[in-house]
Ligand binder design. Structure first.
Ligand SMILES: NC(=O)c1ccc[n+]([C@@H]2O[C@H](COP(=O)([O-])OP(=O)(O)OC[C@H]3O[C@@H](n4cnc5c(N)ncnc54)[C@H](O)[C@@H]3O)[C@@H](O)[C@H]2O)c1
Length: 477
């Protein structure tokens, strides 16, 4: 069971006509992985087409043996790949066992009508008779369900599933099925969110729930005192799972508790803010704050599943939604897509998939993940100079404005969508905070800028006077 594909092969299974080869190639490209198409590999190794192999000596049985060998070979390679299996490969128990142990297996979904439309009239040996085709579809269905760790029908859905993300309105009600395994579960919830959704979460988890720990709302959740209290209260053994229910502060703190409790246990993130759903609960960064700065102590600890239920945003106050919208604009600028124009659930899906793909490619923030910092160098400096009394969304809006100006790009999107207003903070304090940025070298920050929307440029060094002028332009008075 591997609910996400970090450091693991992704095996795509599904009925013929689901599009495993096409989706598999796209997914491999999106995640920067090798692509193995098992059917094409069998044909290349045998020097014969699949219809020829079916018609040759040994018929389908001999083909299935070749197929099993090819799948096991592909799964035994070290470098995580995307492997598209033929539709019938899962009929072999050895293949199913290997998938369970060695891969994150994703079902490429297709309904029988669509599958038949796509394959009828081709030379596929098992797609010659419609009644037989439909009967085979029904027979195979439970086998796909048995091996699938996640499912999707388009590229975005498969990227989300590869990251262990389940996104569905109403998903909270199904939390019991969505928390992998059957061991005990404890919940760490934002105290305010617990009052709204805590009961529903506990009911959904049923007999597995052993307790709910309330964390203070907001940044106080990420204090050492809160973490210590949570450590003292936890009773989970190594088979247990900690469920984090709340915004980014809750998932950061509870994720760090899970990373450190008994040297690391599984955790599931259930983000309840827009910031959490498009950003904080994705990618495995967990942390608490110290008096000297935010996120100074933490760990990379990928949640075994992230359950995103956009319906939970219905109760989110407008100013918290505004914080998330600033992150949506950032993601849209990085992706080169008008994400802010989409209805919220669609924007959440696209934005979550965009971040998930970057984090799967660069899980430990050593390279391209730095792009997610667009605008944040300035935002963090302003927040620090305001003693963190400045709403994060407002700080990010200003940071994006500075990043666009320094990139020489039009700022209309940020102006119209986020209406950034200069803040009253001490200019020298903001400048000192900017020079202390984690990404700074010798006091000179390395910036993320854009050559154009969709084309970020990382590690940009500019003359300090230019950066200071950009920072000063964000400060009132
Ligand atoms: N780990 C990461 O990759 C990452 C990325 C971005 C941000 N973060 C962190 O996320 C934190 C900010 O997260 P946030 O913006 O979600 O803030 P938050 O967790 O403080 O939540 C904001 C407020 O919204 C309330 N709330 C949450 N969900 C609600 C709901 N559904 N209905 C009503 N009220 C609700 C909370 O009680 C809280 O008062 C920061 O600490 C930041 O460092 C982490």
């Amino acid at each position: 069971m591997a609910p996400h594909a970090l450091d693991r092969h992704i095996a795509l299974v599904g009925f013929m006509g689901a599009g495993k080869s096409a989706r598999g190639r796209e997914l491999a490209e999106r995640l920067g992985r090798r692509f193995v198409d098992v059917d094409r590999k069998i044909e290349a190794d045998a020097g014969a087409s699949i219809p020829q192999l079916f018609a040759g000596s040994g018929g389908e049985m001999a083909f299935r043996l070749r197929e099993c060998r090819t799948v096991l070979d592909a799964l035994s390679t070290a470098d995580p790949a995307v492997i598209a299996l033929g539709g019938g490969a899962v009929t072999n128990r050895q293949v199913r066992d290997a998938l369970r142990e060695q891969a994150c297996t994703l079902l490429v979904e297709v309904d029988v009508e669509q599958a038949w439309e796509r394959v009828r009239g081709t030379d596929r040996p098992l797609a010659q008779d419609e009644a037989e085709f439909r009967e085979r579809y029904e027979r195979r269905r439970p086998l796909y369900d048995e091996v699938a760790d996640g499912r999707g029908s388009d590229l975005e859905g498969l990227v989300l599933a590869a990251a262990g993300i389940h996104l569905e309105a109403g998903a909270l009600e199904r939390l019991g099925e969505l928390v992998p395994g059957n061991g005990p579960v404890e919940i760490a919830a934002d105290a305010h969110v617990a009052g709204i959704y805590g009961m529903e979460a506990q009911l959904a988890l049923g007999a597995r729930v052993r307790g709910l720990h309330e964390l203070p709302p907001g940044e106080d959740a990420k204090s050492f005192g809160t973490l210590e209290r949570l450590w003292r209260e936890l009773r989970l053994d190594r088979q247990g799972t900690l469920v984090a229910l709340g915004g980014g502060t809750t998932t950061d703190a509870a994720g760090f508790a899970a990373a450190t409790w008994l040297r690391g246990i599984d955790w599931v993130a259930v983000p309840t803010t827009l910031v959490g759903q498009v950003d904080a609960a994705i990618g495995g960064k967990t942390a608490i704050d110290l008096p000297g700065g935010k996120n100074l102590v933490g760990a990379f600890h990928w949640p075994i599943r992230t359950v995103i239920d956009p319906a939970l945003l219905d109760t989110l106050p407008d100013d918290e939604l505004a914080n998330g919208r600033a992150e949506l604009v950032k993601t849209g600028l990085l992706a080169g897509e008008l994400l802010w124009e989409l209805p919220l659930p669609d924007a959440v899906r696209r934005s979550a998939a965009f971040k998930a793909a970057i984090c799967l490619r660069d899980p430990h923030d050593r390279a391209e993940r730095a792009q997610l910092n667009l605008g944040h160098t300035f935002a963090h400096a302003l927040e620090a100079a305001a003693d963190f009394a400045l709403p994060h969304g407002r700080a990010v809006a200003l940071g994006l404005l500075a990043a666009l100006r320094l990139s020489g790009l039009d700022t209309a999107v940020v102006d119209e969508q986020l209406r950034p207003e200069p803040v009253s903070v001490d200019r020298d304090r903001a400048w000192a905070a900017l020079a202390r940025d984690k990404k700074a070298e010798d006091g000179v920050p390395k910036l993320v800028l854009l050559d154009a929307p969709g084309t970020p440029r990382l590690g940009v060094e500019l003359p300090p006077e230019e950066i200071r002028a950009a920072l000063d332009s964000l400060i009132a008075g």
